[in-house]
Design a binder for this molecule. Structure first.
Ligand code: NAP
Length: 248
């Protein structure tokens, strides 16, 4: 039997990158999947692509995770299409890097608003149903820099560290209703977010990673699959690092 047979999942920021890989793997493992991203058009295209590849039921939704009404509507539409919501993956994320003295207040706020507040709003919308159903999984995509800190990324690393605090608090609050909440903390993964790095910077990064290479989005998706499936039934409030040993 497939790992997520009969399950339904909503993944934010999943029109591409890591989110798209998670949505594709979940669908291949039997889940009905809602692709929810800023652009409705891109979400619908990704959902159609995943359905064609896997034969799964999919849905493409446009939403801005920093807006409460969008989050509530996305959860409602997923439930209308699939009948229930078993798994939420809070993956949407942005960067607006700069050294602190040059970082604009608006850039700090924007990153916190999508990466941290977005996960809070989506979790709140999904938890209403999950707590009633007495089952559910919430998976937050944090980052290695939320654990280690990073010069030039004060806003991003604060948002990702905040996501770890949110994960642990939700895990404690929801555990009595069997709703499990965990985080994945990826290291340097090959996506649009990292492709802008200069070759020189990439070489430096490889030297710091014990496994000596960047990770692939599919490798993060496998960690999310573990946290969504039966194998992690006794795991909550944890941060699963997928970073090649970069931070231990
Ligand atoms: P990505 O390729 O930039 O994809 C992020 C997706 O999120 C994009 O489709 C983006 O839409 C969407 N998005 C942005 N703002 C949104 C909003 N307000 N509401 C809904 N969707 C929104 O990034 P990625 O590398 O796959 O990263 C996915 C997650 O992993 C992020 O949370 C990131 O912080 C985390 N992460 C990545 C790495 C890495 O090395 N790549 C490492 C650690 C953690 P648009 O395309 O329209 O902007």
């Amino acid at each position: 039997m497939k790992a997520l047979e009969g399950k339904t999942a909503l993944i934010t920021g999943s029109a591409r990158g890591i989110g798209f890989e998670i949505a594709t793997l979940f669908a291949a493992e039997g889940a009905s999947v809602a692709v929810a991203d800023l652009s409705e058009e891109a979400s619908k295209a990704a959902a159609a692509d995943i359905a064609a590849k896997t034969g799964a039921k999919t849905l493409g939704l446009g939403l801005d995770v920093s807006k409460e009404a969008d989050c509530e509507r996305a959860v409602e539409e997923a439930v209308k299409a699939f009948g229930k919501l078993d798994v939420l993956v809070n993956n949407a994320g942005i960067t607006k890097d700069n050294l602190v003295l040059r970082m604009k207040e608006a850039d700090f706020d924007a990153v916190m608003s999508v990466n941290l507040k977005g996960a809070f709003l989506m979790s709140k919308a999904a938890a209403k149903l999950m707590l009633k159903a007495r089952t559910g999984r919430i998976i937050n995509i944090s980052s290695v820099v939320g654990q280690s800190g990073q010069a030039g990324q004060a806003n991003y690393s604060a948002s990702k560290a905040g996501l770890i605090g949110l994960t642990k608090s939700l895990a404690r609050e929801f555990a009595p209703r069997q709703v499990l909440v965990n985080a994945v903390a990826p290291g340097f993964i090959r996506t649009r977010m990292t492709e802008g790095l200069k070759e020189e910077a990439k070489t430096k990064v490889y030297e710091m990673i014990p496994l000596g290479r960047m990770g692939e989005p599919a490798e993060v998706a496998k960690a999310a699959l573990f946290l969504a499936g039966d194998g992690s039934a006794y795991v909550t409030g944890q941060v699963l690092a997928v970073n090649g040993g970069l931070y231990m």
